[in-house]
Design a binder for this molecule. Sequence first.
Ligand SMILES: Nc1nc2c(ncn2[C@@H]2O[C@H](COP(=O)(O)OP(=O)(O)OP(=O)(O)O)[C@@H](O)[C@H]2O)c(=O)[nH]1
Ligand SMILES: [Mg+2]
Length: 561
Amino acid sequence: MSNIAGRVREVFRGDQRVDADALIARLDAVRRFLTAVDGLLPDGDLVPAHTLVERAGTRLALSRDHTVVALAGATGSGKSSLFNALARLELSPVGVRRPTTGVTHACVWGPLEGANHLLDWIGVLPRHRFVRESALDADDETALHGLILLDLPDFDSVQRSHRLEVDRLLGLVDQVVWVVDPQKYADRVIHDSYLREFHRHRDVTVVVLNQADRLSPAEVPRVLDDLRRLLDTDGLTGVPLLATTAVDPAGMVGLRETMERTVAERQAALRRLAGDVDTVVAGLDQLVGSARPAGGPDDTAVNGLNRALAGAAGVPAVTEAVERAYRHRAGAATGWPVVRGWRRLRPDPLRRLHLPGPPGDQSDPAESLVAATSVPDPTAAQRSALGLAIRAVADRAAADLPAAWPGAVTSAARSRLGDLPDALDRTIAGTDLGLDRRPVWWRAVGGVQWLVTLAAVVGLGWLVLGYALRVLGLPALDNPMVGAVPLPTALLLGGLLAGLLVAALTRPVVRWAARRARARAEQRLTARVAQVGDEYVLTPVRIVLGSYAQARDALRDAARG
Ligand SMILES: Nc1nc2c(ncn2[C@@H]2O[C@H](COP(=O)(O)OP(=O)(O)OP(=O)(O)O)[C@@H](O)[C@H]2O)c(=O)[nH]1
Ligand SMILES: [Mg+2]
């Protein structure tokens, strides 16, 4: 037996110490990760992390002076026998009827009070808790003070409740001693369903080949070698492996020493949780990956979005109306006074869209509380173009992110889609289209038109008066001459001609200025619509990208340095 104990010491790894503060920092990082991804990733993927945070918090708050060690294994491997042998008392019934142990038994070395909270949390019924402290053998047992040993039911049980109990407890204990026997040590269940799953908990895993007395001394090393090979395949290279004989105190020496070392180090709880963090981080890794998060949606996608938003908001219709309104208003201000009145009767093109009418218009909709325009609703094509542009923004922003994220980014990009039409409409209604002031040159041209019209009217009156005097036989007026033309005729014709000429000269200028007004309005509207896109589409996307970056950083912090 002693040479087996020697082999065990060689491979015992108890090497890495886990610093409690570092572990708490890693758990905090997992917590930060969960906060960052809350509502963004499927809840089902986050269950192990939530469970870890909750369990680790509780375990660390409970006694760290105690080490909870579970004896786990197939039915009949001798867990209860080892439990009793370590306790040197018959605490847990050992039987020939399989399975024997249906409920977890616990034995506490040292006073029970400190351990009770731990056992409450672990869920061992008080009537199955025993204390291993007697005045007689106190000295023998001091080395195990702080040990809470659990005798678990069989994990390969025909009783489903046994398996559930074992699985539950294996998630809570600090260290597991896997008990196998010479007949069943190579069983697939223990290796595939249990040992392999624990490969990140190598630091808190011990494997014992019990019932070694049933093998010949020559067979023991051979079976141990075979078992070691299987453990290597399970990813458990280097875990302590020792042979035990529960029915012979000499066959318990190695296991007892291992237990004593575990209890003295007080590291098992921390190592177990560190292994849990490793497992959780490895599981989350594919959710976050190492891709650097993009700073935000790229320019091409944003430009496409702005174009689609402008289309859906009716910017082309409004700018078209701005150009026509400019021509309409300029015509009313600078046109030939005789026909100006007719123009005023025609509705203003912007007023028709319920946009600000000419200055001084009493029913200016910009002053009303509900700033809704009558800009035509987006067509189906414009709506689908907007949908595609939003999708493109999300796709480009999430291009480098792992599979779990593009969905979250797309949802964020579309999250305020329902509010967009109103926001766009309000923005259009609230945008200064640049037609508020009448240009000075309108007034100057309008003044000239009045003057020449006045001249024509004076000329006409003068001619009418001369004609009336002639009809009545009264002395005729002495008409001054302008060259060969009498002054009244010159005034009338000159006034009319000048009016038409000014109108003809003004028209191209008005057209040019109207186009400029349209371009200016288009610039302003596009800028405002882009702001709406930023607020309603890009900002939600950036928030998700920010969460991704936080999650990625948190997971890097949670990974063991
Ligand atoms: N020869 C020998 N027999 C052992 C040894 N350990 C246990 N046994 C016997 O193996 C049988 C099963 O032992 P238990 O301790 O009840 O096994 P268990 O793993 O607790 O079984 P369950 O409670 O059913 O899961 C009993 O008859 C024990 O006496 C050992 O080291 N050597
Ligand atoms: Mg048992």
